[in-house]
Design a protein around this ligand. Structure first.
Ligand SMILES: Cc1cc2nc3c(=O)[nH]c(=O)nc-3n(C[C@H](O)[C@H](O)[C@H](O)COP(=O)(O)O)c2cc1C
Length: 631
């Protein structure tokens, strides 16, 4: 090799050796590799048997390949059913050696493995985890907290061996290849060692549970780590009575798996599509998935209501709610609509420039901060109802700092003034719709069984009035309200602004995306997507006030069956709200003269919807309870 610039020391001793020479390490080779490369081969012999042109020369034989995919599919995080049998040293050695073969940035191998078997140390570590478990539990909303109580999240003392996997971010020095721009690649490398360990353990029949309920520095001290080492993972290992087919958190209803098609994008983020399949249009998919309610489940629910130990019809509107929930889920009784999560979509409006609100636009961002700090009415009502609050920035004019609970999904910093042109482009309307439906999916995947609409956007009652007029044909003087409270002059201007917008855009209700683009706020479009997303997943969505109902009109124009998933939480004093609800064919559950928005009215209605479902599920029937029926 005359052109090889390396010194003989740089070269691996085996690299120039003929593969068939004695001593050539061949134990991991594919059987075909034993042939001399110069031996003649048929041009097609390494091709995939089923797919012409697909080279298969390095592929493992079918059985081995299946074993690889099998171990990946059957690896589980295990917390229950550990057996006390010790793990033999040779088995543990194989598993650790597999971990040690993980890829690492610049081959820095930043991991160390601390094997813990002594009981007193495990007791000390278990106490640390218990404290953080209790702290986490105390911060959960009601329904989540009850579900969490039933979960086991660690098995530090039930397993014979614990292994802490650490990371040394300094190992290899400053010239570690690849780590200079991304220091976090050291941590990623240690995580890959965990993945190898987890898979190898599964192949050995060993269960592994990853516990992350620790203050990392506290745990590092308990393990005697030097300051430059971080704990990446704390793993509990042992033989088990069995491996569950599904993640335990999925079986417990805590969270669900996302379909792989939601996670794969072609070429750039947002162009979803599995290889070999047509690109997915998430909005079209969601619309196509929305179906009418299940008539058989509704009939069964009505019959059950009539057999429940109470006079027929005595639960009034709640009977209808329970029947609708059964129809939506396709089951009688329907699953309880909990846990619930309110998603507050926040955005600013160009039409604010027309002087339609007495509040400055900055209030949108300030209220978002208030929601996130837990200080708004919506937080109080959510706490009372045991619901989670999540805030989505779809178009707040100012930049918002990242904080837990805020989902940054800004389409643009506010819409344009709809009296001067379209509030947004059609592309922006579709992007906001897509944000909404993806939030619905994500909240469902996180285990929520009921979605609640919330909104924040100074001037959004003006945009709502325009949307309601566009979709229902209502007169702006009837559909426009006083929003947060405005004087007569401002009100007259607001009606005139809506009229001007309608005259300018001449909206076609048969083109809901066009109507949203003309007048909508980004929160309206995102809420429409959120409502569609819930309906496609057959989850109930409780609508709040005039903003979400205006959005629901857009959703219903896109998919008329969406209303089967919608429950009107309340009727606000905004006149457009009643017009929208009647167009949607929905009856409000409560009417308390509210006009706040944020999701407050819907949250007040949440316990009603939940009680309706619980009654259908839990109340005895005359036959089951042995109670005599009315003669
Ligand atoms: C980084 C990480 C930390 C985890 N921490 C915990 C934990 O503290 N407690 C727990 O019960 N499970 C924990 N898990 C396990 C996950 O809940 C589990 O992997 C997930 O639900 C999927 O289930 P599966 O591993 O059985 O497929 C953790 C997993 C990972 C990857």
């Amino acid at each position: 090799m005359p052109d090889d610039p390396r010194t003989p020391e740089d070269r691996h001793p085996d690299e120039d050796r003929h593969p068939d020479e004695p001593g050539y390490p061949a134990e991991d080779r594919h059987p075909d590799e034993s042939r001399h490369p110069d031996e003649s081969r048929h041009p097609d012999e390494d091709r995939h048997p089923d797919v012409p042109g697909y080279p298969a020369e390095h592929r493992y034989p079918d059985e081995q390949r299946e074993a690889v995919y099998r171990v990946i599919a059957e690896r589980r995080d295990v917390r229950q059913g550990f057996r006390p049998d010790p793990v033999p040293a040779d088995v543990l050695g194989r598993v650790l050696a597999a971990a040690h073969q993980a890829p690492s940035v610049g081959l820095s191998q930043p991991w160390d493995f601390i094997v813990i078997t002594e009981r007193p140390r495990r007791e000390q570590i278990a106490a640390l985890a218990r404290r953080h478990r209790d702290e986490f539990a105390a911060g959960l909303p009601g329904a989540r907290s009850r579900a969490f109580d039933r979960l086991k999240v660690e098995s530090i003392l039930d397993t014979p061996v614990n292994i802490a996997v650490t990371c040394d971010r300094t190992r290899g020095g400053r010239h570690t290849l690849g780590r200079h721009v991304q220091p976090q690649t050291a941590d990623f490398s240690s995580v890959l060692a965990v993945a190898n360990l987890w898979l190898a353990a599964r192949a050995e029949g060993l269960g592994v549970g990853w516990v992350s309920f620790f203050d990392e520095r506290e745990l590092a001290a308990a393990l005697g780590l030097p300051d430059h080492l971080e704990v990446i993972a704390y793993l509990c290992l042992g033989y088990v009575t069995g491996f569950a087919a599904e993640p335990e958190l999925a079986t417990a209803g805590w969270a669900r798996r996302r379909p792989v098609s939601w996670a794969v994008h072609a070429e750039e983020f947002g162009r979803r599509g599995l290889p070999g399949e047509e690109p997915v249009d998430p909005l079209a998919d969601v619309i196509a998935a929305i179906a009418p309610p299940d008539a058989a489940a509704m009939t069964a629910a009505q019959e059950r209501q009539d057999r429940m130990t109470k006079p027929r019809g005595s639960l009034g509107v709640l009977e209808e709610v329970s029947v609708r929930l059964a129809g939506l889920s396709g089951n009688c009784p329907a699953p309880l609509p909990e846990p619930a999560c309110v998603a507050i979509f926040a955005a600013d409006h160009g039409v604010h420039a027309q002087g339609v609100s007495p509040w400055p636009q900055e209030v949108t961002a300030q209220m978002v901060a208030n929601f996130l700090a837990g200080g708004a009415v919506v937080n109080a009502f959510a706490a009372q109802a045991g619901a989670e609050v999540t805030v989505v920035d779809v178009g707040v004019a100012s930049a918002l700092d990242p904080v837990p609970g805020l989902l940054p999904r800004k389409i643009a910093p506010g819409t344009a003034d709809f009296t001067e042109g379209p509030a947004m482009t059609r592309e922006q309307a579709v992007a906001a719709l897509t944000v909404g439906l993806e939030i619905a999916r994500d909240l469902a995947a996180a285990g929520n069984r009921c979605l609640v609409t919330g909104d924040m956007g100074i001037a959004n009652t003006t945009a709502s009035a325009a949307l309601i007029c566009a979709f229902t044909g209502a007169d702006p003087a009837e559909a426009t309200g006083r929003g947060t409270g405005i004087d007569a002059a401002t009100y007259a201007r607001k009606v005139e602004v809506v009229c001007r917008g309608l005259a300018r855009h001449r909206p076609d209700p048969a083109d809901p995306v066009g109507v949203l683009a003309a007048f909508g706020g980004f929160e309206h479009a995102a809420l429409a997507g959120f409502i569609l997303g819930a309906a496609a997943l057959r989850l109930p969505v409780i609508l709040d006030g005039v903003i979400s109902s205006a959005a629901a009109l857009a959703a219903a124009a896109l998919a008329p069956d969406v209303t089967a998933a919608c429950f009107a939480g309340h009727r606000s004093v905004e006149p457009g709200h009643a017009i929208a609800l009647s167009h949607l064919g929905l009856s409000p559950l409560i009417d308390l003269g509210l006009r706040l928005g944020e999701g407050t009215g819907a949250l007040l209605a949440l316990p009603l919807v939940q009680s309706a479902a619980r009654a259908l599920r839990d109340v005895a029937t005359f036959d089951s309870a042995g109670v005599a029926e009315k003669l």
